[in-house]
Design a binder for this molecule. Structure first.
Ligand code: SF4
Length: 458
């Protein structure tokens, strides 16, 4: 099937990682402003079936070791296709492009980050034509409702700008379609297990008011996908009984999580970052991270290049959050979920949010309650916890009230929770999974190399 392509194509390459030192170059990623992938439904007569267009330098013309702007536009046609499926089919770009040996695709939509390995380049993967051929074959085979397909790759730094703006407008229009419906209005949610190849215990529960972690699949997208591909990775979840409307716990969601995670996860709170938070695979657009010093959440998104207010970069916190685990206080979310009225509802919603990068705060300004908008710090207001505390007190943020209450408690204890706490002793590594440790005091000291005693050899 892929005999004209100079590298191997198959499931075996999914999950392959390409280190910076092994890459020919990067497409998109954190250093590049213009990057996107987009699927559009078109009338069949507007598609040149099987065509692959390249706007800008091809693979063998792109400078080695650098990061380049990159766009992929896939236009499709077929009598059974509908606009609601665009987002779902677009999400498959991640899966299918990862089947190509030496081609690593991360994230989605306007966040894509691709690396081509030097090894595959040397094997002859020197043109986007090969990538396009492999993807066309995979799309046609896996999703037979696609009858016509053409693909355009864009690398020209000027040509990509208007196309990127157009893609952003399409994403916004798709997201807006799903707003207005509430979780109470429906009997069925949708599950997506597409990321189980990376995080085997992870399933996204997609509800009208809790968009998928990757920000690419709405409840409407889930409904359309489950209908046209009932054996595919997106499936219906009967809600069942509502155990607690505040945390968003449903019996049907719990049963589905248990089944799909092979017993690892058996309870899910849809609207909380504590207790039984929704799992996080690794494709989340942002992380809600709890800051114990101020008893509130910071939010950091994938595109934020500096350190968050707790002194950690996105990548470090992503390691603590990802993998399909339930980690108290480290919660993978989508930007669209931050527009939901159920956003972290059980933890206080925006009244519990203390810090957000300015770019995201601006994007969400119509969704953050006015009463707290000015009291939420950005990187312009606070870059350290001390600065954050001062800002929150000055702005009289709602979390400040809790500080007073705690100060009046006779005994104060620190609570540390960890997903996996490693202890190394006597040649063994002991992992305390989901341990909760209560202590009056925690002292962390570096282990100094033992100084030789008197009479001992140096
Ligand atoms: S992040 Fe969730 S919704 Fe998005 S592709 Fe992965 S499993 Fe599916």
């Amino acid at each position: 099937m892929f005999e004209d392509i100079p590298v191997d194509v198959g499931l075996v390459h999914e999950g392959e990682r390409i280190r910076k030192s092994d890459m020919q170059f990067e497409l998109g990623g954190p250093k590049v402003a213009e990057k996107f992938e987009l699927v559009r439904l078109k009338p069949a007569e507007e598609i040149e079936s099987g065509a692959i267009h390249i706007i800008g330098p091809d693979i063998d013309e792109l400078e080695e070791g650098k990061s380049h702007p990159f766009g992929i536009v896939i236009e499709i046609a077929g009598p059974e296709l509908e606009e609601n499926l665009e987002g779902v089919i677009e999400r498959r770009i991640h899966e299918y492009s990862n089947y190509i040996e030496g081609f690593m695709h991360l994230n989605q939509r306007y966040d894509i980050w691709i690396r081509l390995s030097r090894k595959s380049f040397k094997k002859g993967l020197t043109s986007f034509r090969f990538i396009g051929m492999a993807m066309q074959e995979l799309f046609r085979n896996e999703l037979p409702i696609i009858q016509e397909i053409q693909i355009t790759f864009i690398t020209d730094p000027e040509e990509i700008k208007p196309l990127h703006a157009e893609a952003m407008a399409v994403y916004e229009a798709r997201d807006a379609r799903a707003r207005g419906l509430s979780d109470e209005d429906v009997d069925v949610f949708y599950g997506c297990a597409l990321c189980q190849s990376f995080a085997p215990t992870h399933v996204c529960v997609v509800t009208p008011q809790r968009y998928a972690n990757c920000g690419a699949i709405s409840w409407f997208d889930g409904r359309a996908a489950a209908r046209i591909d009932p054996k595919g990775p997106i499936f219906p979840i009967e809600k069942g009984e509502c155990v607690d409307p505040n945390t968003g716990e449903y019996t049907g969601v719990n049963e589905s999580a248990k089944k799909r995670s092979m017993g690892e996860v058996d309870r899910i709170y849809l609207y909380s970052g504590f207790g039984y938070p929704h799992t996080s695979c690794g494709c989340f657009e942002a992380i809600a991270f709890y800051i114990p010093e101020v008893e509130g959440y910071g939010i950091v998104h994938r595109g934020f290049r500096d350190l968050a207010v707790n002194g950690l970069p996105f990548s470090t916190m992503a390691d603590s959050t990802a993998g399909g685990r339930q980690i108290d206080g480290f919660h993978g979310i989508s930007i669209e979920y931050m527009r939901s009225r159920k956003f972290l509802q059980a933890d206080g919603g925006y009244e519990a949010v203390v810090w957000i990068p300015e770019e995201i705060k601006e994007r969400l300004k119509d969704y953050i309650p006015e009463s707290v908008f000015g009291a939420i710090a950005t990187e312009k207001d606070a870059t350290t916890i001390d600065e954050l505390k001062a800002f929150l007190m000055q702005q009289n943020h709602p979390v400040v009230t809790q500080w007073t209450e705690v100060a009046e408690e006779p005994e104060e204890t620190a609570v540390i929770t960890a997903g996996e706490l490693p202890i190394t002793t006597g040649g063994f590594r002991i992992l305390l999974k989901n341990a909760r440790i209560y202590a009056d005091k925690v002292i962390i000291q570096p282990i100094q190399p033992k100084k030789p005693g008197r009479g001992e050899k140096q």
